[in-house]
Design a protein around this ligand. Sequence first.
Ligand code: SAM
Length: 519
Amino acid sequence: MTHILKKIDVNNFSKIFRRYKHHKEHWSVLKKKNKGKDKALEHFDDFYKSVYGSSWEKIREAMLIENNKHVAIVNNFSDHEAIAEKLSLLGAMNLKSLYEIHKKNYEERIKSRASETTSNKIYKMNQPVEMILQNQRQSELQSIFPESYHVPDQLLAQKEDKKKYHPDSDDDDDDELLKSKNIMDPVQLRSMEENVKVHQDENRIIKSSVGLTSSCLYEYVPATKLKGLDDYVLESDHYGHYAQGADFSAKIEKEAILNIPEYLKIYTFESGNDSRFPSPRRVHYDVYDYYLMDGCSILPVLALDLQMGDTVLDMCAAPGGKSLAMLQTLMTYILVANDSSQSRSRHMNEVFQDYLGDFDAWKEKLFLTRHDARAIEDKHIYNKILVDVPCTTDRHNLHADENNIFSPTRVKERLRLPELQTEILLQALKIVAPGGTVVYSTCSLSPVQNDGVVQMALKKCSEEMESVMIVKNLDEALAPLRFIYKFATNCGLKYGHVAIPTKNNNWGPMYFCKIVKLP
Ligand code: SAM
C-alpha cells in the first residue's frame, strides 16, 4: 500500500480531486444556489435594469438590505397624545407637519420661478447666459433648504459636495429636483414599450407543461409568438402585452393636492436617519400604542383621499395594515376589509383586536369579509376602493426562500399574477360608485404588474362599460413629499407612481395609481 502511495503523485491527485469538486456551474451547485431568492434577484437584474436603467444599481443595493424603514401610525384608540409625544421624544417627526412646510416652500418656489421667468424676459436680456443659469440654479438649490438658510456659493460650483448639505441627494435626486419645474407642464404620454426591452434569454424559457393555456396568456403573449412554440413559451414574451392596448390611451388629469387626514398621525425618522422604532407596546385600554408599517405603504392610503363619511372597500386587505391606517383617519363611515385567504384574514382579525380594543363597538362600522375580490358584486355602494393586489412582493422575495413566488414550483402562479391583478382592478372599477375613487397598488417594481395592469383594466373597462375613468397624475401633489420619498422618473410610467428604496430612506418599493370614475 505504502509502495503504491509513494508512486502516486499526491499533488497531482489532490489537483484532480479539486477539479472534480463541483464547479460553480455544476448542476448540483446551481440547484443549491437557485433558490427562490436567487431566482428573484436573477429575474430583477434581467428585467429591471432595462426599465430603471442606471438607477437600478442603487435600488438593488437598498433592497438587498433586509430591514426596511418604517413609519409609526399613532393608535387613536389609545392615549394618542401621549403616544405622539413618545414618538417625538424618540426623534421621529409628524409627516403631515413636514408635508405642510415643504408644500409651502414648494408653492413659493413655483411662484417665484414664474415671476422670475417674466422678469428675466423683460430686463435680463443683456445678462450673460451663464449668470442667468447660475441665478436659476441658486434659487432651485435654495428652495430645498429652509428659507432662512443661505446656500454656500461653492455648492453651486461643486455638485459632488451637495451630499454634505442635503443627505438625500444623489445625482438622480438632484436631476429630479432640477426637473421639478416640469411638474407644471402638460402631461406627456410616454411610450412604455420602448422602456421595456426584455432581451430573449434562453435561461428564461418556461415549459408549456406549466399549464399556461393560450387563453390565459391571451392578453400577455403575442399570438404570433405562441404559434409553433408547442413545447416552450419564452418568459420574455410574457411582457408582450405592453404592445397590446398601446392603441388605447386613458384620460389623465393633474391633481395638485395630497390631503393628509388631520387625525392620521404618521411618524417618521428624517431622511438619512435609519433608527428603528421600538416594538409597539400595549399601553392604555389594552391596545397597542402604534402600528409599524413600511414607509411607502401609507402612500396608497393617502392617494385614496379619504373624506368624512366615506364608504370604503379594501379588496385585498390582510394582514390589515392599510385598513387600520384608514380607520385611524376617523373618517370612514363603513369599512369593509376583504381578503380571500383564511389564514391571512385570521391574522387581520387579530390586528384589529390588538388596535381597536372593544370589537363590539365596531360592529356597524367595520366588516371583515372573505370573498374572492373578483366576485364582489356590491355595485355603487363604495365611493373609495383600495386594490392592494397580490404581487411579486419584490423586497420580501429577495430575502425569503420559503414560499417564494420566484421558486420554480410557483412559475405558473407568478405568470398569472398580471391576469389576476387585472381582473381584481377591473371589478373595482366596475363596482365603485360614480364619482368614486379606486387606488391600485403593488409592492413591486414590475411595469407589467403596475402600469401594465392599469392599462389593461382601463382598456377592458372602456370596452365593457359606459363609465368614463380618469387617471390622476399626482406628480404635483407628491412633490412636497420628495424631501423624504423618492419617486422613480424616466422609467416609462404613464399612469401611476413608484416610490423607490434609497440608501437614505430604505422603504418600498410601492406602486400606486389613482383612478376616478366620472359621475
Ligand atoms: N393590503 C394589505 C395590507 O396593507 O396589509 C396587504 C395585501 S397583500 C399585498 C395581498 C392580499 O391579497 C393577500 O392577503 C392575499 O391573501 C389577498 N388575495 C389574493 N388573491 C385574492 C383575491 N382573488 N381576492 C381577494 N384577496 C386576494
